[in-house]
Design a protein. Structure first.
Lengths: 350, 364
């Protein structure tokens, strides 16, 4: 057990760790040790280590779902480090209550798009679904030793290329939730970067807003920053061609240009159209890469594309026989992105 | 019958709807889904149509027996012997229904909120108000039920709309679920979810205006069907595993997901409170009907005092069930076939034969 005073946690919280055979027996052991009853009613997040997740976590998830105290809206975080290290390195900043800190830090996906707010209920439903696979929030400790340098990548790809813990950032927080942990059944099979998570949110229609960097069409060495929002739900169609899924995604986005450059005039239609073309092309490539990664590399339909083909099967037996989740690895994709660049911020030209 | 104990059209409708709503709360929707899979919503449409047709048939058959219930009609058809048989069968059915519902709610409450309280206390807490209300007669019970019904119906709608943002309509597919046979033929035995017909058979003598029977019956069955349909589609669209899992209270799972922004969360306790009120109404209606049937069979003068004995029997029966598995088996298997045999076959035969007899008498 790590006392609050010794750890980096706020003073009114403690981290206890216990070796046990199950969650309930572990809680019973902790109860006997701290002479108080642990109540999970205000539990905001369940942190599971990457190592354990690779072995399969259905047993733990079923236990959590069956627990009356645990709410279905608590988040599932897969930690790239040990779960206890994750908690011990948590330094709630700007919030005095740990529970509220976890609640708000996970809401950041609404304006960054770098991860998804995955709840216990979502995870459990996806894990048991026949049309999709489960995924969870990816978290890690962020420290100097975990930082990654992606200087070999083009400048517009750098920010989105990090996974949890890799972002070169100096802060008191200590934790970073970035990316998505991809599951096949109940086993962790891979991880998505921040940009791939953003693409995932766009495809599953949970994207709200994000700031992205796209290549500057007028200067190859610089980037343009866009504030992107979703215009409408993506149109997705899945066709089976000789049993192989052909998935077509039509996506519409809206962007405002955040960057300002001496050489750019946003009041010119041609300039906006060129930026739109570059943005479309960049997003199409990014989304295609994300889709092929989930399909070919991870063989896991976290985008829930199965729901677009289930119509074709009259009965449950027919559907199960088609083995969609296995067939997803054969899928091929076409992505069509249409971005509308509206304007800049206060200035259109400088 | 004392005119003060007669109930109006709306009170009667509320009374029947309350029975169905209680069945929805106690997992009948999940029973349908487990039998038919993703086609449960189609099955509910089919059984609702069958129930409406059955209702029209019942209304036609009751036309010749205004102000008489199924026990009176049995006496007309087969004398005191048949009257006693039918009366006893319905008494047993209602006691059985009340016992299992009481135990189910008490067990659920114990699990959710009163982990350390003995089940006996919870059962007694439910039965005390029942004893007090049943002594007053069916009229006050119906009036209170009429007051509760809009609240219960509204609360069910809130559950559906508050969780709708998480619905995945594609979960209503494959359209034929576990197969066409299970959806349209074998699944017809899900008609047992309309066991509120048992209460309709006893409604005629307590209606202020027996001519309203058809309106009452049709309205209540249609509303019951709509709510059954809404509960089934919301469960299907919300939980992809619902056809293969078995929950204590499926609708309670929905309430756990309700939140209005970050401020109004964990509102399930409000719904549990509303369900407790609806269970009070249901138990009071059922006990009151048992009371009335016993009065008919025995011609006892002070029948109101019988409610003590009836509640004691219901209490004992509720204690008989050892565990959830017992209750599930009885609810899903026994109750299904008992309801179908008694309500939809045996009673229908009595009504048809009684009509033949009446027709014959008229002709002769």
């Amino acid at each position: 057990m790590v006392a609050g005073g010794d750890s980096s946690q706020s003073k009114d919280s403690t981290v206890s760790t216990v070796d046990c055979s199950s969650i309930d027996s572990g809680i019973a052991l902790v109860n006997s040790y701290i002479s108080k009853k642990v109540n999970l009613s205000h539990c905001k997040a369940i942190v599971i280590s990457e190592e354990l997740a690779s072995e399969g976590i259905s047993e733990y998830i079923y236990t959590c779902v069956n627990n009356l105290e645990l709410r279905p809206d608590c988040n599932i975080i897969i930690s790239r480090c040990r779960a206890s290290d994750y908690l011990e390195n948590s330094k709630p900043t700007l919030e005095s209550v740990s529970a509220r800190y976890y609640e708000f830090i996970l809401n950041s996906s609404e304006y960054t798009g770098y991860t998804e707010d995955v709840t216990l209920s979502n995870f459990y439903s996806d894990m048991l679904s026949s049309t999709s696979q489960a995924h969870a929030i990816l978290g890690s400790i962020n420290s100097n030793s975990t930082h990654q340098s992606h200087s070999d990548l083009p400048p517009y790809d750098i920010e989105g290329s990090y996974e949890a813990g890799e972002t070169p950032i100096k802060s008191d927080t200590g934790l970073e939730n970035m990316g998505i942990a991809v599951f096949n059944n109940d086993k962790l099979v891979g991880e998505l970067t921040g940009m791939e998570s953003l693409c995932h949110l766009i495809v599953i229609d949970k994207f709200k807003s994000a700031t992205i960097s796209v290549p500057n069409p007028y200067d190859i060495n610089s980037v343009l920053n866009l504030y992107m929002t979703s215009i409408k739900s993506p149109k997705i169609s899945v066709t089976l061609i000789n049993g192989t899924p052909y998935i077509k995604c039509s996506i519409e986005l809206k962007g405002n240009i955040l960057s300002l450059d001496k050489n750019l005039n946003y009041s010119e239609i041609n300039t906006l159209e060129t930026i739109e073309q570059y943005t479309n092309s960049y997003m199409e490539q990014s989304i295609s890469a994300y889709l092929y990664k989930t399909s070919k590399e991870y063989k896991s339909d976290i985008g829930n594309f199965g729901k677009y083909v289930i119509y074709n099967y009259p009965t449950w037996d027919d559907w199960i026989e088609s083995d969609w989740l296995d067939n997803y690895q054969n899928a091929f994709f076409t992505v069509d992105v249409k971005t509308t660049i509206e304007n800049g911020q206060l200035y259109t030209k400088i | 019958m004392n005119s003060l104990q007669k109930i109006g059209k709306f009170e009667a409708i509320a009374l029947i709807i309350m029975v169905t709503i209680n069945q929805i709360i106690f997992n009948v929707s999940n029973t349908i889904i487990m039998n038919t899979g993703s086609s449960a919503w189609l099955n509910v449409i089919v059984i609702s149509i069958v129930a409406i047709l059955f209702c029209l048939l019942i209304c036609k058959l009751f036309k010749n027996f205004l102000s008489q219930d199924i026990v009176d009609i049995s006496e007309y058809l087969g004398g005191k012997v048949l009257k006693t048989i039918v009366g006893i069968l319905y008494i047993l059915f209602f006691i059985f229904l009340a016992g299992i519902f009481l135990r189910y709610l008490a067990s659920s409450l114990k699990l959710i909120y009163f982990e350390k309280s003995p089940i006996v206390f919870l059962l007694i807490l439910f039965l005390i108000p029942i004893v007090l209300t049943v002594r007053l007669g069916i009229k006050p019970i119906s009036e209170v039920t009429l007051m509760f019904t809009p609240i219960v119906l509204f609360s069910m709608l809130i559950i559906l709309f508050a969780t709708a943002k998480n619905f995945v309509p594609e979960r209503l597919f494959p359209i034929l679920g576990f197969g066409a046979d299970k959806t349209f033929f074998i699944g017809l035995n899900n008609i047992f979810t309309f066991s509120s017909f048992a209460y309709l058979y006893f409604l005629m003598p307590i209606l202020k205006n027996p001519e309203d029977f058809k309106k009452v019956a049709l309205t209540s069955i249609i509303v019951s069907g709509i709510y059954l349909f809404l509960s089934v589609i919301s469960l299907l669209m919300m939980f992809p595993f619902i056809a293969f899992s078995d929950e204590m209270l499926s609708v309670y799972l929905l309430t756990r997901l309700i939140e209005f922004g970050k401020f109004f969360q964990r509102v399930d306790a409000i719904f549990i409170f509303i369900w407790i009120l609806s269970t009070f109404s249901f138990l009071a209606i059922t006990t009151s009907l048992i009371n009335r049937i016993i009065k008919k069979l025995t011609q006892i003068k002070y029948h109101n005092e019988l409610c003590y004995s009836i509640c004691a029997i219901i209490f004992s029966l509720a204690l008989v069930f050892k565990n959830i598995a017992d209750m599930k088996f009885i609810q899903n298997v026994l109750l299904r076939y008992i309801s179908i045999s008694l309500i939809f076959i045996f009673s229908l035969i009595i009504l048809i034969l009684a009509n033949f007899k009446r027709k014959k008498e008229k002709m002769s």
